[in-house]
Design a protein around this ligand. Structure first.
Ligand code: ZN
Length: 140
């Protein structure tokens, strides 16, 4: 068994709309390959209060459904108190509920995920020029 290693990279994405779902699976897998680590854990973390990470299917219709669901459960401009400050309470609430990170098992060089589990960055208050995603790979 090799030496325990920690490897991290920051991925950066420009978003174009207020709500957007971006599939980042391939980029995360490239970081894992670059790390050379074969077994351990992969952390995917968004250091933003108005974005989130989900793990689920990605195709154009479900991407629209995610956004419809976000608008339904966290409607922008619905009288939230924080909107008095910068008009994005819906984005903070959705980020708080969905979460800013996900952790995956890494086994034999592969992130363990189901056929319909892609890694998705969710923009909740775009457009933004530089949304960061930190990918940290820990293991041997
Ligand atoms: Zn705010």
């Amino acid at each position: 068994m090799g030496e325990f290693k920690v490897f991290s990279r920051v991925l950066t994405y420009a978003t174009r709309r207020r709500f957007e779902v971006i599939c980042i699976t391939d980029d995360v897998e490239k970081v894992v390959a670059e790390s050379g680590i074969r077994n351990g854990l992969v952390l995917v973390y968004v250091p933003h209060a108005t974005a989130a990470v989900i793990v689920n299917e990605f195709e154009p219709r479900i991407a629209e459904d995610y956004i419809s669901w976000l608008r339904k459960f966290f409607p922008p401009g619905a009288g939230w108190r924080h909107d008095e400050i910068d008009d994005n309470a819906h984005a903070h609430l959705a980020s708080a509920m969905i979460g800013s990170s996900r952790v995956f098992p890494l086994i034999d060089g592969r992130i363990v995920r189901g056929t319909w589990q892609e890694i998705l960055l969710v923009e909740l208050d775009g457009p933004r020029s530089a949304r960061r995603v930190i990918v940290e790979v820990l293991g041997v």
